[in-house]
Unconditional design. Sequence first.
Length: 198
Amino acid sequence: MSTTTRRGFLKDTALVAVGVLGGGIIGGRWPESLVSGAAATAETPEQRLKTLGIVLPPAPKPVAIYVPAVVSGHLCFSSGHGPRTADGKMITGRVGEDLSLAEGKAAARVVGLNVLSSVRARLGSLNKVVRLVKVLGMVNATSDFKKHPQVINGFSELMVEVFGEVQGKGARSAVGMGSLPSNIPCEIEAIFEVRTRG
C-alpha cells in the first residue's frame, strides 16, 4: 500500500470512528446495529433470579421498632438483616468457634437473600435497583478471627450474581463484633440506588 493510499485509509477510518462515537454520544444513543448482542439481551435482576434458580424467602418481619427497608430520595436503606432461612429458622453461632469460615460465608449469603426480599417488598421489583452503593457487614467472631471480609463475601457474591459485575459491587466494610443479637454469625445492612419511577 502506497503512502498516499495508507494516509487516505487512516483518514477514512478515523472519520468513521468519530462518526460512530460522536453520533452515539451527541445523539444520546448508539446506532441500532451496535446495540444488538449482549447489551440488548442483558437480563434484569428479576430475570437473573429465575435463571440462577434463586428463590427469595418471604420478606422478614421486624422483631423490634423499625422497618426492614426505607426509601429516601433515590436511595433505599435496608435495616440490618440476619441469616433467617426459608423455613423461618435463624442460623446461630460464632464464626471461628461454632462455625467455620465456609459456614459463616454461607450464612452471609442467606442474609443477602433476606435483604433482597425486603428491598423487593419495599420497591415492588428488584428491577428498580440501579446499583448497590454501600454494605456494612458485621461478623460475630472470636477475638483471634481475622477473615471477616471473606465471610461477607457470601453476601457480596450474591449481589454480583443478581445485579451484575458493576452494579452489584459497592463500597463495603466488614468488621468483627464481640456479639450479635440472638448469637447470629453475621448481620448486614446495605444501601441501594433506586429508580423512583418506572
